[in-house]
Design a protein around this ligand. Sequence first.
Ligand SMILES: Cc1cc2nc3c(=O)[nH]c(=O)nc-3n(C[C@H](O)[C@H](O)[C@H](O)COP(=O)(O)O)c2cc1C
Length: 406
Amino acid sequence: MGTSEQRRIVVAVTGGIAAYKIPELVRGLGRAGHRVRCALTPEAAHFVSPLVLQTLSGEPVRSQLLDPGEEGSIGHIDLADWAELVVVAPATANVLARMCHGIADDLVTTLLLATRAPVLVAPAMNVNMWNHPATRDNVAALRERGVRMVGPETGELACGWEGEGRMAEPAAILEAAERCLRAPSLRGRGVLVTAGGTVEPIDSVRSLTNRSSGKMGFAVAAEAALRGASVTLVAGPSHLPTPAGVRRIDVETALEMRDAVLRELPDASVVVKAAAVADFRPRVVHERKLKKEDLAPDQGLTLELVRNPDILEEISRDRGDRVVVGFAAETHDVVEAARRKLARKGCDLLVANDVSRGDAGFDVDENAVTFVWPGGEVEELPLLSKAQVAGQLWDRIEKRLLGGRE
Ligand SMILES: Cc1cc2nc3c(=O)[nH]c(=O)nc-3n(C[C@H](O)[C@H](O)[C@H](O)COP(=O)(O)O)c2cc1C
C-alpha cells in the first residue's frame, strides 16, 4: 500500500500493442493505494488478458456496453460517475478520433462521454498514425477541451518504425495520474511563463534564431495550469498546441517578448523564463530582401549585431515579492556557467540544462536539468520527460519559494 490518499480510478484500455504494459500500471496504481476498475474496448481484450487485469485490480473488468448481466450491477454511467479520474492507456488513434467526435459506440467511449472526472490519455501508435493530420487535429481539440496527455515518447516502436508514438512508461503514467488527482495547489496565483526561441529579422525574408522548440516552457505552463494557476504563456514562434487552460501570447522578436512580459508582469506572482531569447539582433533590418547580385562576387556580407535587453535581469532586479525563475542553456561547464548567470541575474532559482547532449535539451522530449540555488546548492536531476521536469520544478517553487507568500 502506498502513501497517497485512496482515489477511484477507471483505467480504460484500448486495442494497441502497448496494452501488455497495463497490468504494470494497474499494479502501480493499486500499490499507491488507489482503487482501480478496468474497462476495455472489445479490441483491447485481444492485447491484454481481462483475467490478469481483474486479478491485479481486485475488481470486475468490463468490456461490453450491452451486457444485461453486468449492466444491472455497474452500468457504464455508474462507472463514469464512480471515477475520480479516467486514464485511457494505451489510447489508440481510433479512440482519440471517437473521443474527439463524441462517438459513444462501446463501453469505453460511452463512459468517456458520460464522465465528469478528469481524463488522462496515454497515446500509443505508429509514428505515421500519430503524425497524420487527422490525429493531430483530434489531439489538439482534445487538449483544448482539457483532456490531459502523457506521452507519447519517441523511440523504437513495436511496428518496427522509429519515432514518436511509444506509450509513456507505466511509471510516468502513474505520476501523471497522481498530478491530475492533486488539489489545485496554485489556485489563485498568476503565473507568467516564456517559451521558445525568438526570431530576429535580417531582412524581409531572413532571420537569426536558435533551435529552441518551446517544449520545456510549454510543459512548465501546462503543469502550472494543472495545478490551478492562472497562466499566461509568452511564446516565440512554435507549432506546439497551447496547453489547456493557458492564455497564450505569440511574439517573434526579443523586443516583442520584453514588451509582452512587462505588460503581463503586474498580474504574475511567479515568472518562469524558459525562453531562449536571442542575445543579439541585427542593427539594421532591411525592408527588402538583400540580393547577392548587389555584391561583388568575392565580397562578403557583414552583419552588425546589437545587444538585446536582458529581460530576466530586468525583472529580477525589481521583483519585490515576485518569484523569478530562469533557465540557462549551456554547452560546457554547465553548473559553473549557471552559477555565474544566477549571480548576475539575481533570480530565485536557475534551471540549467546541457544542450550539447543529444538526448536532452533543445527540441527533444526529455531534459536533464540541474537546479542551481542562490546559496550555492545544486540539485542534479536524472533524464526525465519535460512534463516530469516541469512537475519537479513546480514542486520546488511551491515548497521552497512560495511557502508563506500570498
Ligand atoms: C497487432 C496490432 C497492433 C495494433 N497496435 C495499434 C497501436 O499501437 N495503436 C493504434 O492506434 N492502433 C493499433 N492497432 C489498430 C487498432 O487495434 C484498431 O484501430 C482498432 O480498431 C482499435 O480499436 P479500439 O480503439 O476500439 O480499441 C493495432 C492493430 C493490430 C492488429
